[in-house]
Ligand binder design. Sequence first.
Ligand code: AOS
Ligand code: ZN
Ligand code: ZN
Ligand code: ZN
Length: 407
Amino acid sequence: MSDIQYQAFETRQKERGIDIEAVKRELKALKVETPSWGYGDSGTRFKVFKKVGVPRDPFEKLDDAAVVHKLTGLTPSVAIHIPWDKVDDYTQLSEYAASLGLRIGAVNPNLFQEDDYMLGSITNADENVRKKAVDHLLECVEIAKEVGSDIVSLWLADGTNYPGQADIRKRKHWMEEALAQTYQALESGMRLLIEYKFFEPAFYHTDLADWGMAYNTAVKLGPQAEVLVDTGHHAQGTNVEHIVAYLLDEERLGGFHFNSRKYADDDLIVGAINPYELFLIFYQILAALRDDEHPGTQQTARRIAYMIDQSHNIEPKIPAMIRSLLNVQTYYAKALLIQWDELEDAQAKQDVLRAEACVREAFEQDVTPLLHAVREEMNVPRDPMKAFYESGYLDKIQERGVGGASW
Ligand code: AOS
Ligand code: ZN
Ligand code: ZN
Ligand code: ZN
């Protein structure tokens, strides 16, 4: 970027009535958590391709996450998955993270990989399986306390494949009992984020299938339970940004798992398939932050946990993560360029086309000069992807060989 390009951008935005300094402040405050599993090998049910240089343990996953944070300035925390990131000493893990300038973020229980869970975990008709699953949830709450994390995020694979296979309402009761026990174990200040997904691995019914069920469960549990929106977990055509606005208004939007989908839960790089949706999600969040009449909604919007949840099957992991973060930053930057006064005026006058134009025109702005300037001010490379390829880190991790961590 030349200064000329930035000057032109600034002039244009000033003409549009945008407070550039405020936009820059918001961009510098954006933080997105990366998932430990996004650095490991992952795949589809058909094949996991083993890549050279993939981290062999949770510590090496943190090493890679630290590189991403150093280059982007966006990712100070890393979500962990138990048992994929099981270690003997969690204090040691969090100290290691701190030594790299990171911290451990959301702790993700795993209730889907044990044979015992084939027919359900906390919804299993077998009381012993339910108990084992609850013990694991409680273990994860303890781990969160040990690593100093305030989030336990829960995704349940539980469901059935055939009509009549199980009693749907009994399973609902068991699920609510198990989550109530988990909730009781939270310390004040901790949050339980409840993720939903309409199918897969179960194909007939899923016990926590949609945002309404997750919301209702959260409300029953109490104020420390909130909904986690994974952008890939909806039926085709679902208006995800509407769900976001609704949950914000109900003060129950806890966080996001960002990724892209074309068909189902594809877990592709966020912003790769439908960047407008990502932008419109940020539009709803920024609108909530402006809503002075609803301080609870503003507070909810302010503490949203932004997380990436992707599965890098064919692409190199670290560059894929960097790409994802740059996409999030880009579409957030565009949403920050909405002319709110103009939009609110158009809405008040019910001028449909002017209102739509206000939103779309922000999306159409080229934010490249802005992002270059912000990165310079954040002391990170202007082009983090290029900087990564030039850093030599890819060569360095070759010594890890093939056969690193995978899920
Ligand atoms: C599964 O579809 C979900 O998106 C979960 O968030 C899951 O825990 C995560 O992908 C790690 O497996
Ligand atoms: Zn087939
Ligand atoms: Zn997810
Ligand atoms: Zn998913």
